[in-house]
Design a protein around this ligand. Sequence first.
Ligand SMILES: *Cc1c(COP(=O)(O)O)cnc(C)c1O
Length: 369
Amino acid sequence: MTSIRFTSLAESLPSTVPFVAPEMTERNQGITFQARLGANENNFGPSPMVQDAIQRAGLETWKYPDPSSFELRQALSEHLGIARESFVVGGGIDGLLGNLCRLFVGAGDVVVTSAGAYPTFNYHVSGFGGELELVPYKDDYEDLDALSVRARAMNAKLVYLANPDNPMGSMHKPDKIKDFIDSIPLSTLVVLDEAYIEFADQGDTSIVDPNLDRNVIRFRTFSKAYGLAGARVGYAIAHPELITSFDKVRDHFGVSKISQIAALAALKDQVYLNETLVKVSQVKVQLSEIARENGLVPLPSATNFVTMDCGRDGAYARKLLDALLEQRIFVRMPFVDPENRCIRVSVGLPNEIDAFARALPKALKSIAD
Ligand SMILES: *Cc1c(COP(=O)(O)O)cnc(C)c1O
């Protein structure tokens, strides 16, 4: 043998990243962003109670974390009124999606999702040799009927749906989701990514008993509304049998002690969460006004970002993004046509929103033809 031997699957995959991080852009361009409005983080940060808890947890960080995240699962169980056995905690939704794909996706297995939906999921599917079947959006919504038809036609192992949706911010009402789930055969697992559920009108507590929907798994996170993206804590809710199967493949010590304690404190401070949600809605109104003042059309949003229709094609939106970058404003845009006629602007702090409001008209002017 003359050299190390990758699997043929690994050989066939490109070494890409799903997202270029703002830090990488800063390093490459030699700049510091004045507004970080591209990653749908909670720029208000976590609750002061969380910050205290993290400080105290620091002293205990010599201990391995509880691999079962028992206390956090118990608290989630009480918060949502669902048995503790229905929860698994992992390294963000991203990490858990990888575990899920390892459990369900082998070479040639079909997975259905929307073209331009969350790319990290696709990355995991490809990483286990799965075949992605992509369904177009319809009127800036993930197309439930088309997803269902394709999942059935292809006998898909998984069908993925983010609700509320990233990058468009749209949301299907719970009764639509229920009909969608009912239309999917029991041999296909419905993967519901609810990263933004806390921002939606009905909040995170309207949930169906996982014992009733054996072929559904929901993913939620502390990264967005709770302001803990850097801590990497997410969880899945599903039937206990499916949840137990995660033990076969998950990284048992993958959620740090500090992160577990931070998430627990965040969940306990619902007052702070509600204050955050009020602030987020206010800033979304502001962002929508800024869009309109500049001739862009803000789309309705059930999330912590506002997707703005620039009224032209993807190349134009890309130019706008670059012109904003020039002014040290970090925002992102959808990946595929026709959604890529938009830019996506996350809620941020007042000074960041002001910076965006100043930069947008200049950026638009600089690309006008
Ligand atoms: C932000 C986001 C995630 C990432 O969640 P983590 O818990 O931080 O991994 C997952 N899905 C969607 C749709 C997101 O927008």
